[in-house]
Design a protein. Structure first.
Length: 524
């Protein structure tokens, strides 16, 4: 592979560009309102064509209108869903009262029925005794005994006994009739209650299903509303840092794979990246993916090869540009089938150069402007939630001095320094500085624990598993919030949730994300 003539790295150093690139950069620089420091330069529109400022403003205005309309629709839908949840809840409460009343009535009816059945046994027993007496005397007819008493000139006492006998029998007969009527009434009521209770229970089950569906819809709409609100806020802030900007950029994210082997330090451009993700590679080493969107640098590197982890890590960035030195056939096939826009050295050779001051393979550098010029992409949605002044960090936030972690043969430590408002990084026992000699100290450090599996492209290379969920430590503003990360699919935004299930909010500014395996980090 032929690359441009090697030159020594260094910020601000004049470098050769193709004639076409020089013309485009000049046009874009004028369109952005004159000269500005490197970090504030608005890169040109993709595909090598400068986009007029009014066209960019029109595109942002259209995007704002689109988001505002979508947000209004979602909020209306959310309000209707919450109202429906309230109505269903009221119906359920009424049904629960009805069921409680029916259950109480049934219990009372059963008790009354059982009592009537017990009471019925008393006259039945008396009737049984009378029948026995009649049977023993040999006369089953009630008038025969009276006739015998009369014929025998019975005494007054005998007649009184006969009247007592008859009155007891009449009482038993009357009670049997009454109790039989009570039993029939209670049994009819019980049958009605037994038919009514399942109907109410079925109605309650249907209402509960409606409520569960509405609650699920409400939760989904709340997430959508929050994301639309974040996207709308992002139009006035840098999409990856949450910092306010006068003219938000609509350009895609540029991902640059940067070496972190000992021979690659100090790197160039790390302190200018909006987000840096640190992943494990083979040999116990780590590698960076520097994400640029709000800033540009004229030199970033040293640039190294891609891994299959990258395909999954950046599937939720829309159509980002992906800069790397090369890949094996398996990784190359995965990249070709992914959402990543290939601006690697094999495709965009004029944007890269070799440094004579470094040994290969730690000597490949590139220009972010030239890389943005090389291909089209799409503006991403925000990766993080950022907090406003005075806003809480998240449930369970507590002071933290720092964190230590390892990737095998690479040891990393972050220590909070309130004087700089960031977490100062130490790598393998030495302060980690960029080529500008400024120590790496991002305001936010996200320690996202992930499992690693052998890459399908090379079993010796680990591949990060970024879907599912796992533990996360978010260090920001001198504190740590311990929570969970969730990402159902590679294309969805990773959500960082605190102990209460709410999004953890970062301090506006740069963020470094470390991806150690579980157990490979400790808080201090």
């Amino acid at each position: 592979m032929h690359l441009p003539t090697p030159r020594a790295p260094g910020p601000g150093r004049a470098r050769r560009r193709t004639v076409a690139a020089l013309v485009v950069v000049a046009l874009v620089t004028m369109a952005v309102a004159g000269p500005a420091p490197v970090a504030a330069v608005e890169p040109p529109a993709p595909a090598g064509e400068a986009q007029p400022a009014d066209a960019a403003e029109d595109a942002l205005a259209a995007r704002r209108a689109e988001l505002t309309a979508a947000l209004g629709a979602r909020r209306a839908d959310l309000a209707a869903t919450e109202a429906a949840i309230g109505e269903t809840g009221a119906v359920l409460a009424g049904l629960e009262r009805d069921l409680a009343r029916l259950t109480t009535d049934r219990a009372a009816t059963v008790a009354r029925l059982e009592g009537s059945r017990r009471d019925r046994e008393v006259p039945v027993a008396l009737r049984r005794e009378i029948a026995i007496v009649v049977y023993v005397t040999g006369d089953p007819y009630e008038t025969s005994l009276l006739q015998e008493i009369i014929d025998a000139n019975a005494t007054i006492e005998a007649v009184a006994d006969r009247e007592l006998y008859l009155s007891v029998r009449e009482w038993a007969d009357a009670n049997l009739a009454r109790l039989d009527e009570e039993i029939a009434t209670a049994e009819a009521e019980l049958a009605g209650l037994d038919a009514e209770i399942p109907r109410v229970e079925d109605d309650m089950a249907a209402r509960r299903a409606e409520a569960a569906e509405a609650l699920e819809r409400r939760d989904r709409l709340r997430v959508e509303v929050a994301e639309l609100e974040r996207d709308l806020r992002a139009l006035d802030t840098a999409v990856l840092t949450g910092l306010p900007v006068d003219a938000p950029s609509d350009r895609p994210v540029l991902i640059v794979k940067i070496d972190d082997a000992p021979g690659a330090r100090p790197q160039q451009g790390l302190n200018q990246a909006d987000v840096v993700i640190e992943e494990r590679v083979e040999g116990g080493l780590a590698r960076f993916a520097a994400l640029f969107q709000s800033t540009v640098v004229d030199e970033v590197g040293p640039i190294r090869s891609a891994r299959t982890s990258d395909v999954h890590l950046f599937a939720n960035l829309g159509a980002p540009l992906f800069a790397y030195s090369g890949s094996n056939l398996g990784v190359g096939g995965a990249l070709a089938a992914s959402n990543l826009v290939d601006v690697g050295a094999p495709r965009v050779r004029d944007a890269y150069r070799r440094s004579s001051q470094r040994r290969a393979p730690h000597n490949l550098y590139a220009d972010t402007v030239a890389l943005w010029l090389a291909a089209e992409g799409s503006r991403p949605t925000p990766l993080f939630e950022f907090r406003a002044d005075g806003q809480a960090l998240g449930a369970g936030a507590r002071p933290a001095a720092g964190v230590v972690l390892t990737f095998g043969s690479t040891d990393v430590e972050y220590t909070w320094n309130p004087a700089v408002g960031g977490w100062e990084r130490t790598t393998d026992g030495r302060p980690h500085v960029d080529a500008d000699r400024v120590r790496v100290a991002p305001p936010n450090v996200v320690v996202r624990f992930v499992e690693y599996r052998p890459s399908p492209a090379d079993a010796r290379s680990p591949e990060a598993v970024v879907t599912g969920s796992g533990e996360v430590w978010v260090l920001t503003a001198g504190q740590v919030v311990v929570g969970r990360w969730e990402q159902p699919t590679p294309g969805e935004r990773t959500r960082y949730l605190d102990a209460a299930g709410a999004e953890i909010r970062l301090t506006p500014g740069r963020t470094w994300v470390a991806l150690p395996a579980p157990g490979d980090a400790a808080l201090r």
